[in-house]
Design a protein around this ligand. Structure first.
Ligand SMILES: [Mg+2]
Length: 207
């Protein structure tokens, strides 16, 4: 534990606290008339009425839209009060593999978004593709991500870290429980789990 024994938490952004897929599908709906409420059942956008060309085209539009990462809605199951508690009571990092788009640096867009939606003054957003090495460097105690690959990378890099896979339509076919990575339905549930563990650790919760 570092930083005055604070619990260290790594929290992915897209499809954990920000509704990336909703933003993506809204562009696809506008361009191709697909149902914006469709949700992919895989990382290749199966089940969302998308082709490779459409996916590439939507990404191109994202790349060309100024500060697009500031426009996303908050994911279901993320409340401002719980986010603020987690931020106040732990050392909270937001690692993300978000892609470039025009405007401010992606890390700045992400920090602005977190401030606007949760009133966090100085969120630490780290844009990086390799989440395992980052987990080692930052010494995560807890980590949440919707991408199975990232969950496995972090658990392998830091076995003592409690890793949770946030349930999403695109990861329903993946079961990581045998790797010691349980599913969790929402960010709020994850945060409550972290905060409960913190109370036990501090000895303020007498069982
Ligand atoms: Mg994600």
């Amino acid at each position: 534990m570092n930083d005055h024994k604070r619990i260290v938490v790594g929290c992915d952004l897209d499809d954990v606290v920000a509704d990336f897929i909703k933003g993506f599908m809204e562009i696809a709906a506008r361009k191709y008339g697909v149902d914006p409420d469709l949700r992919p059942t895989s990382w290749e956008w199966d089940g969302a009425d998308m082709t490779k060309e459409r996916v590439d085209d939507v990404w191109q539009e994202i790349t060309n839209t100024r500060n697009w990462w500031e426009t996303l809605a908050v994911e279901t199951g993320v409340s401002k009060r719980v986010m603020q508690r987690l931020n106040n009571e732990t050392q909270l990092f937001f690692p993300t593999a978000r892609a470039y788009c025009v405007g401010d640096p992606v890390s700045v867009q992400s920090a602005v978004w977190l401030h606007e939606n949760f009133n966090i003054s100085y969120p630490t957003v780290i844009v990086a593709n390799s989440k395992g090495p980052l987990a080692v460097a930052l010494k995560y105690d807890f980590f949440i991500d919707d991408r199975p690959k990232n969950c496995i990378e972090v658990k392998t890099a830091v076995p003592r870290c409690r890793v949770f896979m946030k349930t999403a339509t695109h990861n329903l076919s993946t079961d990581l429980s045998e790797s010691g990575i349980p599913r969790i339905a929402t960010f709020d549930e994850f945060a409550e789990t972290v905060l409960s563990a913190k109370l036990v650790q501090e000895g303020t919760c007498l069982i």
